[in-house]
Design a protein around this ligand. Structure first.
Ligand SMILES: [Zn+2]
Length: 211
């Protein structure tokens, strides 16, 4: 029974994954193809930056990056998101093949306004996990079935994952992606982000050096 319902669920998910468009995307790290996908609802969307043949002989280098407006765009030093994004693109551009999935999961899935509410609580002394929980959210509300289905559709079933988060490895494997190697993704630690990274390490099991 469990297998049947799992298959039904899988079929539903594949039916709802929609490849919207693809185009060239030259960047300062090299040439990528950008692909747009939507999921269950038009609000569930993601882009994939792809280089090389993802279904080729060597496993592609993959980063599943959650959107962080304050870090990625506004250069905030409260977190290490932008530094991880840049490091990932640089490494993927050097690899034989790879993909960066960019997911609008702001604030580990709680949304931008709630992330700002959490920042306010952090300024009053809470850490990132306590703040999310005080607002009634899980410390990590991200969902990995959608990114896993995109990777499969792109032909990247066996991957090397750029991440410091063992939970991300477990989640992608749960949805059928084989992670043959976890490649650390750790930029230099800034003084400001050290406290945030310490919480990620001690409360969320992230594997970080020198924090
Ligand atoms: Zn961030």
């Amino acid at each position: 029974m469990a297998t049947k319902s799992h298959t039904r669920k899988k079929l539903r998910r594949q039916d709802t994954l929609h490849h919207v468009a693809h185009a060239d995307l030259p960047s300062k790290w090299g040439k990528f193809k950008i692909h747009g996908f939507t999921g269950k609802s038009p609000q569930e969307e993601a882009v994939a930056l792809v280089r090389g043949n993802l279904a080729g002989r060597s496993a592609p280098l993959v980063r599943v990056h959650s959107q962080c407006l304050t870090g990625d765009v506004l250069n905030s030093l409260r977190c290490d998101c932008r530094a991880q994004l840049e490091l990932s693109l640089k490494n993927i551009a050097k690899a034989p093949s790879g993909v960066l999935l960019y997911l609008p999961q702001e604030g580990r899935g709680i949304g931008l306004m709630n992330k700002l509410r959490a920042y306010q609580l952090q300024d009053q002394g809470m850490d990132t996990v306590e703040a999310n929980e005080a607002l009634g959210f899980a410390s990590d509300a991200r969902e990995y079935e959608f990114p896993a289905e995109i990777l499969k559709q792109l032909g990247a079933r066996k991957i090397r994952l750029l991440s410091n988060n063992p939970e991300k490895v477990r989640q992608l494997e749960k949805f059928g992606i084989q992670v043959i190697e976890r490649v650390p993704c750790q930029p230099r630690v800034s003084k400001i982000s050290r406290k945030y990274l310490k919480t990620k390490k001690s409360k969320m099991g992230h594997l970080l050096k020198g924090v």
